[in-house]
Design a protein around this ligand. Structure first.
Ligand code: CP3
Length: 345
């Protein structure tokens, strides 16, 4: 199936584009009343994730309603630890919760590898196939996974945390165990991402949401090392690496075999472009809170971001996922502003 709009794929590869492509992290779910309508018919988040027809429906909603240049498959990064042996629950108002955690060698029995990924995560792959069919070539479909370090954090901690101190503790008290667990997550993630491509994903993104809680040296040892393995293994489609908060590691990330580096809003796009040159596409990085401002101010801050670009190698996005209480009309203003901006390069 030929894509009618492949702007984001061309931008990722550094090819010529007629305008900057735009999408939003966490665009599926969270902000749209249409999402909540589908969600309210079901028992909860997991039923939505595990029912391919519903997952496809909410994946396509932002394409229909917000007019973004890419869809991202509706799923969660936590499906990988679950497939490895740690079942999760999504608690209302609280977020993810795992009954079991991994804090010693015995816990490794909940970190299986060598199973059939296409079987255990078949529901995500089916959702990708259904979505591709229903998108009918309108825009590319982004597949994703959590980066090993971020998945490690949930497997060790068992829930969200501000500090992830149990996870960081393990790096000091049992680095051998930490490396074993990270290697296992990496192995399964590579198989999972490749299966997503086989099912129809046109590009892939790794979310390293907790990259910023590690110091530079530790991130190199426990984060980048495994991102490198994944980036080297993924050769089929463009890959984006988004390491939130890892300001001092951006240059190192840009040296990995990826197409695009995702930036959060603390990262200086002009400085980073100077550091890395034209070797990689940059994605981001409007502060998600900028969308709380008036429509006129959303337009101003979006244009300011666009004016900071010194080349065509950009994919426009927020610096992190869109917040749940943002007015979808503000998101539309953001997207329209990007789409009407005349590219200078
Ligand atoms: O981008 C998209 O819209 C596609 C779907 C998607 C979800 N989660 C759906 C979801 C994606 C790409 C994710 C990634 C994800 N999940 C990350 C990395 C990105 C980031 O924001 O840093 C992380 C850390 C998670 C783990 C997770 N899932 C948490 C902490 C929570 C609870 C808080 C929250 O974000 O809402 C979730 C739940 C979740 N995942 C929801 C959605 C739409 C809300 C569930 C609901 O409908 O009640």
């Amino acid at each position: 199936m030929k894509l009618q709009n492949d702007l984001i794929l061309r931008a990722a590869r550094g090819e010529s584009i007629e305008r900057y492509p735009v999408w939003l992290m966490r665009q599926a779910g969270r902000i749209l009343p249409e999402y909540r309508a589908v969600r309210s018919k079901l028992s909860g988040f997991k039923e939505l994730v595990e029912t391919p027809e519903f997952a496809a429906e909410v994946t396509i909603q932002p394409v229909d309603i917000l007019d973004v240049d890419a869809a991202i498959i509706f799923s969660d990064i936590l499906v990988v630890p679950e497939a490895m042996g740690l079942e999760y629950q999504m608690l209302e108002q609280k977020g993810p919760w795992f009954e079991k955690t991994i804090r010693d060698e015995q816990g490794l029995k909940y970190a299986e590898t060598g199973f059939d990924v296409e079987d255990r995560l078949g529901y995500v792959l089916e959702a990708i196939r259904v979505t591709k069919k229903e998108l009918n070539g309108r825009v590319p479909l982004i597949g994703f996974a959590g980066a090993p370090w971020t998945i490690f954090c949930y497997m060790v901690e068992g829930r969200g945390s501000k500090t992830f101190s149990e996870s960081r503790k393990l790096l000091y008290t049992n680095p051998t165990l930490a490396h074993e667990l990270l290697s296992r997550i990496t192995e399964v993630t590579i198989q999972y991402l490749k299966a997503q491509v086989k099912a129809g994903a046109d590009m892939l993104q790794l979310f390293d949401s907790w990259a910023g809680i590690l110091g530079t040296e530790q991130y190199a040892e426990f984060g980048l090392k495994y991102l490198d393995k994944i980036a080297s293994a993924i050769t089929e489609v463009p890959l984006t690496i988004f390491s939130k908060g890892a300001i001092s590691s951006v240059e190192a990330i840009a040296k990995l075999d990826c197409n695009t580096v995702g930036l959060d809003w603390n990262m200086d796009i002009v400085k980073i472009r100077e550091q890395i040159g034209e070797t990689r596409t940059l994605q981001g990085n409007l502060d998600p809170c900028a969308l709380y401002a008036s429509h006129a101010d959303v337009e101003l801050s979006t244009n300011k971001l666009l004016n900071s670009f010194k080349s065509r190698r950009h994919i426009v996005n927020l610096g992190h996922g869109v917040y749940p209480d943002i007015d979808p009309e503000k998101v539309k203003t953001f997207i329209k502003t990007v789409k009407s901006y005349e590219i200078k390069y």
